[in-house]
Design a protein around this ligand. Structure first.
Ligand SMILES: Nc1ncnc2c1ncn2[C@@H]1O[C@H](COP(=O)(O)OP(=O)(O)OP(=O)(O)O)[C@@H](O)[C@H]1O
Length: 217
């Protein structure tokens, strides 16, 4: 079964030329797919459309076996598909790292104790336990990126949508992140300009060009 199917998606920001002009992709359970393409070609826009943050003007979105059209349809999509934004400041909003990571699980109805156990487990998995009680806004850019991934993994998504996940990471942390991503069971849709990262994490690669997805060579 396809976890995510985008079929002939068209999209333009108000008053701007179209960004997407018939973009299509299919992602199956366990599959890792990457998307590359020039700056401004619409990669982040496409991820936003996949989880319903933006509505296409035409085209079909199927996620987890169902057509998704209205805002209510996308609530479930956002619970089951974790999007790591390009800019961590769009995603982190609690005073401390632990609270940011606990936010999603608490929202899903976990008790405080359950949520804190998840926080500790996810931080240990990412080797970030030392950041647990830090003030989020005072983290470095790279630390924020790793914490953003932790907030998404805490939701135990079935599908990970990653927008330039190694941005702002030093070589050691980037390599560590590659190891973590390779070890995850989830399907992954990876947006990245970094050919080496795409090859390591998601070798099936598409290029967004003139509003459409074509095989990347
Ligand atoms: N909120 C917005 N309002 C108007 N135009 C926007 C908005 N967000 C993005 N754009 C424009 O839409 C186009 C696609 O942007 P998008 O961020 O999807 O590209 P991208 O492929 O992810 O780029 P990059 O590789 O630089 O991250 C760009 O021309 C951008 O300037």
């Amino acid at each position: 079964m396809a976890l995510l199917e985008l079929d002939a998606i068209h999209f333009a920001y108000p008053g701007r030329a179209p960004v997407l002009r018939g973009a299509s992709l299919t992602l199956r359970a366990g599959q890792r797919l990457s998307i590359t393409g020039a700056n401004g070609s619409g990669k982040s826009t496409l991820l936003g459309i996949a989880v319903g943050l933006l509505r296409p003007s035409a085209g079909r979105i199927l996620a987890f076996g169902q057509a998704r059209r209205r805002e209510a349809d996308f609530h479930e999509v956002r619970r089951r598909a974790g999007l790591v934004f390009q800019d961590p400041d769009d995603q982190l909003f609690c005073p401390t790292v632990a609270e940011d990571i606990a936010f999603g699980p608490l929202n899903l109805g976990k008790t405080r104790a359950e949520a804190m156990a998840i926080v500790d487990r996810v931080l240990a998995r990412l080797d970030l336990t030392h950041l647990r009680d830090r003030v989020t806004y005072a983290l470095s850019g790279g630390e924020k990126r790793l914490v953003t991934l932790a907030t998404v993994l805490a939701m135990e998504p079935e599908l990970l949508l990653l927008d330039e996940p190694t941005n702002a990471l030093d070589e050691e942390n980037a390599a560590r992140l590659v190891g973590i991503l390779r070890g995850l069971p989830q399907a992954i849709l990876l947006v990245s300009h970094d050919a080496a990262l795409r090859a390591q994490v998601a070798p099936d690669s598409l290029r967004l060009s003139e509003g459409r997805l074509v095989p990347a060579t």
